[in-house]
Design a protein around this ligand. Structure first.
Ligand SMILES: *Cc1c(COP(=O)(O)O)cnc(C)c1O
Length: 412
């Protein structure tokens, strides 16, 4: 008899964005003519830049020619891309990484979800709250999180980040946490950590022999030169941290699929007997077994964002989204809303007025202004009383949404 992995049955059955889609559809059925603007889902809207398209065309042509056709590539990714990453993303920040510490992937979601496979099932995980749901759900799938009670998992340590603590998570007290997920710039709050704050976490990990899984998917949106782009800007992080990066938000690759993970050779975890096991070798072994590499075309596309033209074009799109973010911040604040983030990230995290619940605000905004936001509580218990707006829309639609929100807020 084939038995199910019962841990999957513990997953909260309703995925946030499916719930949102359901509610938006219900609205559209009742109001078929309404023009709904979504500032909800975190997907980009602007097309790939010309340098990337040119590289993809060229790569496609190579694949159509017997002389230059490529079959399976190296599991860790092609050297040309790994070299470009080193030279552009790390050397300028004086971070020393070797090519065999870089693993090219098909996007950061797979690796942030899969990496926990390398760890014993009863490690105690900690996450900042609210947070990208993948970290917890992937741990639920192998039974690491306990049971779900009153909006939280019994065997997960939540580090609340709210306006009250300035969105700065506090180090765990009591039972030490073994594995810590950090995402900065943060999805959903759009807030960042200074070097000093991040250093506290690295020091905690070193002291407690914990592992940090650091998601830097939004590092390209950092404007403030003091804010770290990589956890390896902190001394000692090479010994305790793995970093995930993605071209999805950096260069509009959500539909192309390419990212990378850094697993330094100095990061190791322990057996019960105290033997140290380097994660780099283990992850390589895992990838060689379960992953056959990212498509050649996607990797050539990613390489192209590091050319002089590519860099400039990609930056233009990031600037375009950040103009939205700044505009949204100033309009929403002028309407009296309490907003966070949006300065080094493409997300605005807004407190709902008068202590309204996240979902209640979501519905009143949908019905009152035909604008979709994301209820903060969908990202964790500390997200209750907040909503997220994304800056990934076009200027025109974002402007239209803001005008409607202003009109709606004025009427109430
Ligand atoms: C969008 C996003 C990613 C990137 O996902 P891909 O699989 O690379 O498209 C990773 N982490 C967070 C927090 C994100 O919001």
């Amino acid at each position: 008899m084939a038995l199910v992995n019962i841990h999957f049955l513990n997953l909260q059955s309703n995925y946030l964005f499916a719930d949102i889609a359901k509610k938006v559809n219900a609205f559209k059925v009742m109001h078929p003519k309404a023009d709904v603007i979504s500032l909800g889902i975190g997907d980009v809207t602007q097309p790939l830049c010309p340098a990337v398209i040119e590289a993809m065309r060229k790569a496609a042509d190579e694949m159509g020619d017997k002389e230059t056709f490529r079959g399976y590539g190296p599991e860790q990714g092609y050297d040309f891309l790994r070299e470009a990453i080193l030279k552009n993303d790390f050397l300028p920040r004086s971070i020393r990484i070797s090519p065999d510490e870089i693993f090219i992937n098909d996007g950061a979601k797979s690796d942030t979800g899969n990496f926990q496979e390398l760890l014993h099932w009863d490690n105690f995980i900690g996450v900042t709250d609210p947070i990208y749901p993948v970290y917890i759900d992937s741990n639920v799938m192998i039974g690491r999180c306990g049971t779900f009670r009153d909006g939280r998992w019994t065997n997960v340590r939540y580090f609340p980040t709210t306006a009250e603590n300035g969105f700065i998570p506090e180090l765990p007290k009591g039972r030490p946490v073994d594995v810590i997920y950090l995402c900065y710039p943060n999805n959903p709050t759009g807030t960042v950590l200074t070097k000093q704050e991040l250093r506290k976490w690295v020091n905690y990990a070193l002291k407690n022999d914990a592992l940090i899984l650091f998601d830097a998917a939004y590092q390209a949106y950092i404007r403030d030169p003091e804010i770290p782009h990589s956890i390896y800007e902190i001394r000692g992080a090479r010994k305790c941290a793995v970093e995930f990066r993605s071209f999805s938000k950096t260069a509009g690759f959500t539909g192309v699929r390419c990212g990378y993970t850094i697993v330094p050779k100095d990061v190791s975890v322990s057996t019960f007997e105290g033997e140290r096991i380097p994660l780099n070798q283990l992850w390589l072994r895992r990838q060689c077994t379960k992953f056959n590499g990212t498509s050649y075309i996607s990797q050539r596309a990613a390489e192209a964002i590091y050319t002089p033209e590519g860099r400039e074009q990609v930056q233009q799109t990031i600037d375009y989204y950040m103009q939205n973010a700044h505009h949204m911040l100033s309009v929403l604040r002028s309407l009296g809303f309490e907003c966070y983030g949006g300065e080094n990230a493409p997300y605005i995290w807004m407190r709902t007025p008068n202590g309204m619940g996240s979902w209640q605000f979501f519905e009143s905004l949908l019905y009152g202004a035909q604008v979709v936001c994301t209820p903060g509580v969908g990202f964790g218990p500390s997200g209750e009383g907040y909503v997220r707006f994304t800056a990934f829309g076009s200027h025109e639609r974002t402007e239209e949404a803001l005008q409607r929100i202003a009109q709606w807020a004025g009427k109430k």
